[in-house]
Design a protein around this ligand. Sequence first.
Ligand SMILES: NC(=O)c1ccc[n+]([C@@H]2O[C@H](COP(=O)([O-])OP(=O)(O)OC[C@H]3O[C@@H](n4cnc5c(N)ncnc54)[C@H](O)[C@@H]3O)[C@@H](O)[C@H]2O)c1
Length: 322
Amino acid sequence: MAAARAISTLMDAVEIVKKPPSRLRPPYNPGKDEQAGGMMMADMSGKVVIVTGGAGGFGRAFTKAFLDAGAKVAALDVTEEGLASLRDEHRGVNEDRLMTEKVDIADFASCQAAVDRVAERFGGVTVLINNAGLGMGSVKENHHIELIGIDEVTPEIWNHMVGVNLTGPWNMTKASIGYLREAERARIINVTTSFFTMLRGKFQPYGPSKSGFEAMSASHSAEFEEEGIMVNVVVPGGPADTPMVPDGAGFDRADLVQPANMTYPALWLCSEEGDGMTGNRYIAGRWDKEKSIAENREATEAPIGWPDLAGDPVWPGGKPDA
Ligand SMILES: NC(=O)c1ccc[n+]([C@@H]2O[C@H](COP(=O)([O-])OP(=O)(O)OC[C@H]3O[C@@H](n4cnc5c(N)ncnc54)[C@H](O)[C@@H]3O)[C@@H](O)[C@H]2O)c1
C-alpha cells in the first residue's frame, strides 16, 4: 500500500513537465529582439518587484537593476544589517521606491506578513524573484576545497538548508500568488543552481534542495501558465562573485560570474517580450550584453529541469494530457 503510494507520488513527480520543449519556447521575434539588444532595459515603471535575499550578492544586483528600470522594489532578507547597508546604497537616489523587510523565508507566516505589507505599501506584487539561499559555506567556509560528506551534515543542517532553499521559495510563492494573479505582466523568477552542483558528490543538502526547487519551478510554470504568470529559472551556471563564494574557496575572483549578469535575462523576462515566455531556464553566465537577445537566447536558454526524462511515463491508459 505504502509502496503503491510512493510509486504514484513518484509518477506524479515524473509527470511534472508535460509540455514538449518546443511549446515552451515561443518563436523569436527578430524585429523586436534585434532592436532590443542584450542589454535591453524593461520599463518597469509602476511594477512591484520582490527580491528575496535582497541584501546578498545577486540580491543587490537585482535590486539596483529593477530600481534603475523604474520599479518599486521590496528587498527581503534575514539580515537587518545587510538591509541597512542596502538602504544606504540607495539613499537619496531611489529610496522612495525601495522598501526592505527582515524576513526568514523558511517561516510561512513571516513571508505572508511581509508580502502583505509590500502589497499594501506599493499597491500589489508584479514580480517575485526567489533568490535567497543558503550555501554550503554556512556549513564550512572552505567547502569548495574540502567537500562536505554525510558525517559532517547533521539533521539540523539538513532541515535548515532545505527549509530555506526549497520550502522558502514555496512559502514566498504561496504568499504572493494571490497578488500575482491580479497583476499585469506577472512573473516569478527562480534562482536554483547548475545541474553539476545539484548532482555533485559531497554537496548536500545544497544540491538536493536546489534540484527540488528546480522541479518546483517546472511544476509551477505548468500550473500558472493559464493564469498568465510566467515562471522561469535564472542561474549563473557556475560559481559567482558573491559572498556565497568566500575568498577561501580557491577561485580567482576575476574568473567568477558577475552578479550583474543575472539581471540581463531577468529584466528581459519581465519586459513585454517576456509575455508568453514560461518554463525556461537561462544560464546568465553565458549572457553577453554586447550580443542581441536572439543570440543570447540561443546561447543560454533551455527548458527548466529535465523534461526529456518526463515525456514517457509508464502510465495506465497512456500519458495524461495535463
Ligand atoms: N554565488 C554562486 O556561486 C551561486 C551559484 C548558483 C546559485 N546561487 C544562488 O543564488 C542565490 C543568491 O546567492 P548569492 O550568491 O547572492 O549569495 P549571498 O549569500 O550573497 O546572498 C544570499 C542572501 O540570502 C539571504 N538569506 C539566507 N537565508 C535566508 C532566509 N532564511 N531568509 C531570507 N533571506 C535569507 C542571505 O542573508 C543573503 O543576503 C542563492 O539562492 C544561491 O543558492 C549562487
